[in-house]
Design a protein around this ligand. Structure first.
Ligand code: SF4
Length: 312
């Protein structure tokens, strides 16, 4: 059996930054450091940080007054910052800068008097954070597109969740453009999502079956599975090597492997090892060298900090 490994895969710059923020907060303030929402959507990452002293909560109300809290990479609505202030919490914001950019766009368009459509998934943490920034309507690109009953001449601005399927979003945007010809369209799907979807397409062309390593609740991992399937191969989203049992791998000669933006490389290595392939071939589609600066309070302490992707 041959394994094809997609590159780029695994951690994006926003995830590296968010994990570093929790680590640095633990070093600076000592445990416990609360984390509102899973810092990134991967249980291995969350459990590893919890073993060091972080405590994950879903709501600011669960955090004892005067504690330290890190807000997750997905972004948070202003309401959460307000609640944190009322409880006397020290907030360290690990929102990915590319999500913050979408928040800024939303507030800008609202100020300019534009109606906003957000293409994204109901209930996803990033969508909740973005929808809190200004009044907007949500469009789920996976469903039949239902647009608000606004006049076609309405000034409309379109934003997108950062982790959507590039193809499905393009279709949704086309429908929006047909209804609102003057719509201002912002494609906010991030570089990491885009690059991994290009990579999984190439992988699908070479493989009989694709394994996406990552968590079920990770939007960008789920989209990688969808893209592989849309390109004609069976694809499975698994947490790691323990999930290989029960997969239809008997007789499969070419297995493609990719991981989402929140998946540690260690989990990929464990899957490859468990498969015991005769050959491993890397399929490269793009080089990534993006890094994001840390929040101001940690910038001096971490200039020489380089995260090893095999660890977290
Ligand atoms: S997937 Fe994209 S938007 Fe999300 S944390 Fe990574 S770089 Fe930022």
């Amino acid at each position: 059996m041959e394994v094809f490994l997609a590159t780029p895969r695994g951690f994006c710059a926003g995830v590296v930054r968010a994990i570093d923020v929790v680590d640095l907060a633990l070093e600076k303030y000592g445990p416990p450091v609360y984390v509102k929402h899973e810092i990134v959507h991967n249980p291995y990452v969350v459990e590893t940080l919890e073993a060091k002293g972080s405590i994950t909560v879903q709501d600011v109300d669960e955090i004892p007054p005067n504690s330290v809290v890190v807000f997750s990479a997905h972004g948070s609505p202003p309401e959460d910052f307000k609640k944190a202030k009322e409880r006397g919490l020290k907030v360290i914001d690990a929102t990915c800068p590319l999500v913050t950019k979408v928040h800024n766009e939303a507030r800008k368009y609202a100020k300019e008097g534009q109606k906003i459509l957000l293409v994204g998934h109901p209930g996803h943490q990033e969508v909740m954070g973005t929808m809190g920034q200004a009044s907007m309507e949500l469009v789920d690109e996976r469903e039949e597109i239902n647009l608000p009953d606004w006049d076609p001449s309405t000034p409309v601005a379109v934003l997108t969740q950062t982790t959507l399927s590039v193809m499905d979003t393009a279709r949704a945007v086309e429908e929006i453009r047909e209804r609102f010809p003057n719509a201002r369209i912002k494609n906010d799907i991030c570089y990491a999502t885009t690059n991994r979807q290009v990579a999984v397409k190439q992988l699908a062309a070479k493989s009989d079956l694709v394994l996406v390593i990552g968590a079920q609740q990770s939007s960008n991992c789920s989209r990688l599975r969808d893209v592989a399937e849309a390109n004609g191969v069976p694809a499975f989203l698994i947490n790691g090597a323990n999930d290989l049992d029960g997969l239809p791998l008997d007789g499969v000669q070419r297995i493609g492997i990719i991981s989402g933006a929140s998946t540690p490389e260690l989990l990929v290595e464990q899957v490859v090892k468990a498969l015991k392939p005769e050959k491993v071939t890397t399929i490269s589609s793009a080089a990534e060298d993006i890094t994001f600066v840390l929040p101001r309070e940690f910038r001096n302490t971490s200039s020489d900090r380089v995260r090893d992707q095999t660890m977290i």
